[in-house]
Design a protein around this ligand. Sequence first.
Ligand code: NAI
Ligand code: MG
Length: 496
Amino acid sequence: MSLSTTVETPNVTYEQPLGLFINNEFVKGVEGKTFETINPTNEKVICSVHEATEKDIDVAVKAARTAFEGAWHDVTPSERGRMLTKLADLFERDIETLAAIEAIDNGKAITLGKSDVTNAAGCLRYYGGWADKIVGQTIDQNNQTLSYTRHEPVGVCGQIIPWNFPILMWAWKIGPAIAAGNTVIIKTAEQTPLSGLYAAKLIVEAGFPPGVINIVSGFGRTAGAAISSHMDIDKVAFTGSTLVGRMILQAAAKSNLKKVTLELGGKSPNIVFDDADIDNAISWANFGIFYNHGQCCCAGSRLLVQEGIYDKFVARFKERAAKNQLGNPFESSTFQGPQVSQLQFDRIMEYINHGKNEGATVALGGERHGTEGYFIQPTIFTDVTSEMKIAQEEIFGPVIVVQKFKDEAEAIKIGNDSTYGLAAGVHTKNVNTAIRVSNAIKAGTVWINNYNLLSYQAPFGGFKSSGIGRELGSYALENYTQIKTVHYRLGDALFG
Ligand code: NAI
Ligand code: MG
């Protein structure tokens, strides 16, 4: 199979690289394997890409190690920053192509795809700005000693990303790792390999030396597992399911104790008090769950509504959700495209059927939309109790469960009744309620009178089983640096 092909989308026709990107070149896998990627809107094959197996991970690690010890080591922090900002410019130049790739490969609505590319560019530029501002401390002990710290790169980083935000997760991972002076091997999700490979071309154009950023397409159980258990990878960063997160932590423990950061699932409560601005809260509740077709780790998938407004709120929320435009991702008016794959579609439909059998009420949706593509109607369940599976497990689709609460204490209790702790929302006009509840909820992010608005300048990550470490902001740099203390003795020998 060749190393590139022409892909036609309704918006753009472009040349798609298909190889593994190692040492700034597109190559075939050592074992010569390939796999297909599907367009979830019509369930047809877009193209096949070359597949990385364990042997390719070894090749990529050697390339990344050689670059880390050699050419990359000699690049100044400012030069690293300029490469990242150049890469950001190239993302903006090619926004139409990158967004079209997300729409065809992931099914993402084109307007959301463009906003992902804009945010990916913003993230890369933000970390480009950080590259020459990563500084240590000087520590005063006594007149005889100069002690200082260096924030050194960790080394070769393995990064495993999911399919829900293919190009955005790529940027979230690469930005801080590269700013801090590491080299990387990034494995894209098997459902969505195309945008990451297209962006590989931009890496060459931005001037990165060979081996600094390597991009492989492949499956979790083979390529992903090889990364997490590799003896010469110094750090692994993962975004995906909690199940796989646990496996990665174990693989790291059993191999070389590589540093691990995990960004995992959630079942986040979005809490609406009686005194909230109802129109505003409905709008954020809708965006909170149905944004990105519900395939969002921080989705506000549990809506908790206070009893005084419950009936009115649910009625109006149903009306609002019913207006969400479902359909062809390439239509600019589309808000919700298909789910990413047959497997995800089946998983979500299984949860919906489970909810029906558990005795919850389908207030809206609950069925497949159309006959072609993995579309699911926006679905609202009412009469839900905390013990129900649909209230406890991450569904990762356009499905929300609504629960009623009496007072603030009960809202906090239900809100925290989860093994997850990724995010939460609080809607109220009372500042004291907002602050008290946001302090009491065990979650890494709390939105007050909004939801799902992320910024690459602010940290993101989970409490409890939602993860380890923080991405974005200056906090992400902590995961990609290790601190060295240096004691320089100025005076005479202490013991003669
Ligand atoms: P997954 O966790 O299996 O896949 C995410 C990434 O991990 C992919 O790149 C995959 O190839 C890789 N992977 C899979 N098994 C691996 C292993 N043994 N070792 C190393 N890497 C491995 O998630 P999947 O199956 O795509 O989705 C299942 C559920 O996970 C979703 O329904 C959702 O609940 C959750 N999820 C959460 C995401 C988040 O943003 N936190 C993103 C994607 C999925
Ligand atoms: Mg695909």
